[in-house]
Write a protein that binds this ligand. Structure first.
Ligand code: NAP
Ligand code: GCO
Length: 267
C-alpha cells in the first residue's frame, strides 16, 4: 500500500457525516470528499439540507442530503436504507450531529437532560447500529464519533453534555470491542474548543468591545493560544477514515491544541 495512492484515500467509498450542514461536520465532509469519498449527510429539515447541498455544490462537491433526526430510530433506519439504495453502502460513518445546553445542573430539567443525551449519545448508537450490519457484510468499515474535551473534563453548566460525550467515548470503545473482529474500526475524534455556531456565545464581544471572559480563558488554557477551526479536524478525520488507521481501534484522538496536556497560563 502506497502512502501517496492508498493510505489516506477514500476513492470509491461512501462517507456519511451526520448533521454536516456547516461547522465541524461540513469541514470534515469536505475533507473526506477531497480524499475521494462520495459524501452523504443528514439534517433536520428540507430547507437547511437543500441550502447545504447548494453550499457543497458551490465548492464542487456533489453531496447528497437527507432529512431525518438522528434520535428517531425508524427515520434513521429508513434514511440509511434510502442512502444505500440511492448512493451506495456506507463505508465511513462520522457521528457529528450534536447539541449543547449550558444550564447549571440544579436548574436543568430532566427533559432538557434527556434531549442532550438523546442527540449526543443515543443518536450515535442508533446511527451506528443502522450501518454496522452492512459494514460487516462488506468486510469492514470506519466509525468516527465526535467526542469533546467534555469526554475527559467537566465544567459548570454542561453536565448533560459531559455525561453524553463521556458516554460516547465508552460507546466508541465498546463498538471497537464488539465489532473489531469484523474489521470495523470505531474511534473518537475529540475537538478542543472550535470556533463554530455552537461556541459563538462563548466568544461574543463584551459591551466595551473586550473579549468574552470565556474566550480569554480558552486562549490561556490552550498551548496553541487560539481557538481551533473546523479545518483543524480534517487531517485527523481523514486519518481515522482511511486505511492509515486500520490497526487503531477504540481510541480517542484529541485535536485540542494541547488543552488536555496543560494546566493553563496563570492570569
Ligand atoms: P453546530 O455548529 O451546532 O452543528 C451541529 C449540527 O448538528 C447542525 O448541523 C445541527 O443541525 C445538527 N443536528 C443537531 N441535532 C440534530 C439531530 N437531532 N439530528 C440531525 N442533526 C442534528 O456544532 P459544531 O460545533 O459543528 O459541532 C459538531 C459536533 O462536534 C457536535 O457533536 C459537537 O458536540 C462536537 N464538538 C464541538 C466542539 C466545538 O468547540 N464547536 C468541540 C468538541 C466537540 P441544525 O443546525 O439544523 O440544528
Ligand atoms: C462548552 C463548550 C464545549 C465545546 C466542546 C469542547 O460550553 O464548554 O461548548 O463543551 O463545545 O465540546 O471540546
Amino acid at each position: 500500500m502506497s502512502i501517496h495512492t492508498d493510505l489516506f484515500r477514500l476513492d470509491g467509498k461512501v462517507a456519511f457525516v451526520t448533521g454536516a450542514l456547516y461547522g465541524i461536520g461540513y469541514a470534515i465532509a469536505k475533507g473526506l470528499s477531497e480524499a475521494g469519498a462520495t459524501i452523504v449527510f443528514n439534517g433536520l429539515d428540507q430547507e437547511s439540507v437543500s441550502k447545504a447541498e447548494e453550499t457543497y455544490r458551490s465548492e464542487g462537491i456533489d453531496a447528497r442530503g437527507y432529512v431525518f433526526d438522528v434520535t428517531d430510530e425508524d427515520a434513521v433506519n429508513a434514511g440509511v436504507a434510502q442512502i444505500q439504495e440511492e448512493v451506495g453502502d456506507v463505508h465511513v460513518l462520522v457521528n457529528n450531529a450534536g447539541i449543547i445546553k449550558r444550564i447549571p445542573m440544579t436548574e436543568m430539567s430532566a427533559e432538557e437532560w434527556r434531549q442532550v443525551i438523546d442527540v449526543d449519545l443515543t443518536g450515535p448508537f442508533i446511527v451506528a447500529k443502522a450501518v454496522i450490519p452492512t459494514m460487516i457484510k462488506n468486510g469492514g468499515g470506519k466509525i468516527i464519533n465526535i467526542c469533546s474535551m467534555m469526554s475527559e473534563l467537566g465544567r459548570e453548566t454542561v453536565s448533560a453534555y459531559a455525561a453524553a460525550k463521556g458516554g460516547l467515548k465508552m460507546l466508541t470503545r465498546n463498538i471497537a470491542s464488539e465489532y473489531g473482529e469484523h474489521n470495523i474500526q470505531c474511534n473518537g475524534l475529540g475537538p478542543g474548543y472550535i470556533a463554530t455556531p455552537q461556541t459563538a456565545p462563548l466568544r461574543e464581544r463584551q459591551e466595551d468591545g473586550s473579549r468574552h471572559p470565556f474566550d480569554q480563558f480558552i486562549i490561556a488554557k490552550t498551548p496553541a493560544a487560539r481557538w481551533g477551526t473546523p479545518e483543524d479536524l480534517v487531517g485527523p478525520a481523514v486519518f481515522l477514515s482511511t486505511p492509515a488507521s486500520d490497526f487503531i481501534n477504540g481510541h480517542v484522538l484529541y485535536a485540542d491544541g494541547g488543552i488536555l496536556a496543560y494546566i493553563g497560563k496563570q492570569p
